[in-house]
Design a protein around this ligand. Structure first.
Ligand SMILES: O=C(O)CCC(=O)C(=O)O
Ligand SMILES: [Fe+2]
Length: 757
């Protein structure tokens, strides 16, 4: 054939393995191979225009296009493609922005104006265009904006305007649809009656009046702005996405936090879906994040389906319904329309629209009627928050283990004999894996007992007793009774001043190769103290955090609310921060790197990465601080001490060391001296620290040298599981990261389609 083949390399940036599929023009997918986690590669010969998709490696079983996590079309000059990123091409891509001639054809029955030219029905005009440019079609008689053409590719011609159902519905001339009937719904989650306009019975589409409050919407908007809005319109080498032109942000939520607004809205909506449609939807970590979308003038979301909308049996784990919150309703244009139902929704602020596409009567998916679009916005701003509901991602009551996972965990515990197993489905999912491993369940296998904080004392004891813990389960009273023996650290201190306490600070600091140490009551406080002390020397105010940072997920925004820092979120939630993510500039006070990454199975970074980060930070006078809540766990991974790369360090004592509470800041003498007054300002210098100090001294003395053994033991367990063919791509269990990088790891348990117990 005349088309030249393209030699391509696909690279997997995620920690978990990915499968790569070729998508035929007819939409059939076939497996091309798999890419190991953390930069695994796959080379192949392909052709321009071919489409590929990927998903978490689940084994070489059949996969439908809907299950793919992302897709990409091969560019003519493509050379290398890192999944989810911009296509790398062989030439300067500015070339593809060269101007070319494009015909604009009017296939509508009325005269239209495009590029200041009136084009009669079936007429056309030729314009010189560039890739990425937009052209508006307005009705020549009324001046109404009806369509916006986007030049997606170089050489793309013609641009055609036709009157379709959706453009007609979107036109200002079409009034909103009337509800078929109005009912009220008694929402028990907030104890309030809600007016419901039923717009369609089958598929079920309802407009929920005043579903949200102003405060709730304000909160979501704040969260979105804090996360940072990004454009779906990508001016990359591959394509320019014309279908969804808007800014958006994913809003992650914490199912265990009752004050979390997104969490409340999810419960409200899921309750409605359960009561009104009998859907088995349960809020849980495997549901998707909410999606905040902000439309500006002439932006839109062209017709699409959110889930499967062909008449097929519902596939487990799939989306069943969508709820759109209209936080800022459009003032002109911007309606939500269902072209096949000829339905037009013009909402008010705080209304919500729910449409369901799994039919409760027969378990089949809707046959295309839930196709919908967000019309061109013609004035102001439109802000919506979309929620998707999935069934069967979290069967059973919230926060209970899935039976099949339990089965596998038991098998795992049995095979590995000495493993710690914590099947805690309430653990936060790393943000990015929420969408991609919705069929899976992440569990935590940790080489020490104390990280299993949420499983409850009984099961902790059980696990420790039956599986051979890194250290035995003990009550606090037992620990304190023992701690009293560490008298060299136990002389009374007054407000943090005392020989014993300072001895321990010195000993821990020198263990880590640092000049000085300072006890803090908690890790949360320790890191805020460090940031405030650093700010004194530079006056800068921006703190750069990874999107799964403890400061973002678990500290109720203290970094902002309490200390007034500006937060900048960097990096991809499913991989550790790298130097490339750290865009250090002169506004940045500090970059916080977490090592090892709690939410990423204890993933760590190489010394070279740390060195590159340090150099980049240093060149801009930026502080590099390590969130080392589990730094002891990572220490066996490195041949030399990594603390030299950081300006300041936080370590914790109650996780791997089993102390009752507490943290320490480490760094140069002058840094620690600057921290002391901040500790007082935070109310963190207790009248007597000795009880905590003793407990930490005990943990430090007993366990500080244990981590090499724990790391070796975890590696043995992983090795044994591999030999037993219990883990790996295609197996029920996989590992994140694929090899231990610290004395902890995450297991992903894939749900079976049939229950196994
Ligand atoms: O903007 C709208 O009205 C539609 C949004 C939508 O379809 C979506 O978020 O999936
Ligand atoms: Fe949609």
């Amino acid at each position: 054939r005349g088309v030249p083949p393209i030699q391509m390399v696909f690279v997997n940036p995620y920690l978990e393995a990915r499968e790569l599929y070729w998508i035929s023009p007819g939409g059939e997918v076939s497996l091309m191979g798999s890419l190991a986690g953390s930069s695994g590669e796959l080379s192949m010969t392909t052709y321009a225009g071919h489409e590929f998709g990927w998903r978490v490696a689940l084994g070489a079983n059949e996969c439908s296009a809907e299950e793919l996590e992302g897709r990409v079309v091969i560019d003519k000059r493509a050379t290398r493609y890192v999944l989810g990123e911009k296509m790398e091409t062989s030439v300067d891509e500015s070339e593809s922005f060269e101007p070319f001639e494009c015909a604009f054809v009017n296939r509508s029955p009325r005269p239209m104006m495009v590029n200041e030219t009136v084009v009669p029905p079936n007429g056309n005009t030729t314009v010189v265009v560039r890739r990425g440019e937009t052209f508006d079609w307005t009705d020549a008689a009324t001046g109404e904006l009806l369509y916006r053409s986007v030049v997606e590719r170089r050489g793309q011609t013609p641009q055609t305007f036709r009157v379709e159902d959706h453009t007609t519905l979107c036109s200002d001339a079409t009034p909103p649809s009337l509800g078929r009937r109005r009912t009220t719904y008694a929402d028990v989650t907030e104890g309030r009656d809600i007016d419901v306009d039923v717009l369609s019975e089958d598929p079920w589409i309802v407009l929920l009046r005043n579903w949200t409050s102003r405060e709730e919407c304000d909160d979501l908007e704040r969260q979105a702005l804090r996360t940072g809005l990004s454009g779906a319109q990508v001016f990359g080498a591959t394509s320019i996405i014309a279908d969804r032109r808007a800014l958006s942000a994913n809003l992650y939520w914490n199912e265990r936090d009752d004050s979390d607004v997104a969490n409340r809205l999810i419960r409200r909506a899921f309750d409605l879906a359960r009561h009104q449609q009998g859907y088995d939807v349960v809020a849980g970590p495997a549901q998707e994040p909410l999606n905040f979308i902000q439309y500006a003038y002439a932006e839109e979301y062209r017709p699409h389906c959110d889930g499967v909308c062909r008449r097929k049996p519902y596939a487990r784990g799939g989306r069943v319904a969508t709820l759109i919150h209209y936080c800022k309703a459009p003032t002109l244009g911007g309606a939500t329309v269902f072209p096949k139902l000829k339905l037009k929704v013009i909402p008010n602020d705080d209304d919500a629209l729910l449409f369901a596409y799994k039919r409760p009567q027969d378990g089949y998916m809707d046959d295309g009627f839930t196709l919908h679009a967000g019309c061109l916005l013609k004035s102001g701003t439109k802000q919506i928050v979309t929620m998707w509901m999935r069934e069967d991602v979290h069967p059973g009551e919230p926060c209970s283990a899935i039976s099949t996972s339990r089965y596998w965990l038991r098998a795992l515990a049995y095979r590995s004999r000495s493993a710690y197993v914590s099947d805690d489905p309430c653990q936060n999912q790393p943000a990015a894996s929420v969408a991609s491993v919705f069929l899976g369940r992440r569990v935590y296998v940790v080489a020490d007992a104390t990280s299993m904080t949420s499983t409850g004392a009984a099961s902790k004891k059980d696990a420790a007793g039956n599986l051979g813990a890194a250290f035995p389960h003990q009550s606090l009273a037992e620990k304190f009774a023992e701690a009293g023996a560490y008298t060299e650290y136990g002389e009374d201190d007054v407000y943090g001043v005392g020989e014993g306490l300072q001895r321990l600070e010195r000993d821990v600091a020198s263990h880590w190769g640092c000049e000085a140490g300072l006890f803090c009551v908690s890790g949360v406080m320790a890191q805020l103290v460090a940031l405030c002390a650093h700010r004194e020397t530079t006056g800068r105010n921006v703190v750069v955090l990874h999107s799964t940072s403890h400061l973002l997920l678990h500290e109720r925004d203290a970094v902002k609310v309490l200390c007034g820092f500006d937060v900048r979120v960097a990096g991809d939630a499913s991989r550790p921060l790298s130097a490339a993510d750290v865009v250090a500039d002169y506004a940045v006070l500090a970059v916080i790197v977490e090592c090892p990454h709690r939410e990423l199975g204890g993933a760590a970074r190489s010394l070279a990465d740390f060195k590159a980060m340090r150099e980049q930070c240093e060149s801009h006078g930026v502080i590099l601080h390590v969130d080392g809540a589990r730094l002891w766990e990572a220490s066996p991974y490195y041949e030399t001490s990594i603390t030299v790369f950081f300006n300041s360090i936080y370590v914790s004592f109650y996780k791997g060391l089993g102390a009752s509470a507490g943290a320490m800041l480490l760094g140069p003498d002058d840094f620690v001296a600057r921290c002391r007054p901040w500790l007082r300002r935070f109310g963190g210098n207790l009248h007597a620290t000795a009880p905590y100090a003793l407990s930490r001294a005990r943990g430090f003395r007993l366990y500080k040298d244990d981590f090499d053994d724990r790391f070796a033991k975890l590696n043995d367990i992983v090795q044994a599981l591999r030999e037993a063919r219990l883990v790996g791509s295609g197996k029920r269990l996989s590992l994140v990261p694929e090899e231990p990088q610290s004395a902890m790891i995450h297991f992903v348990v894939r749900e079976s389609r049939r229950a196994r117990l």
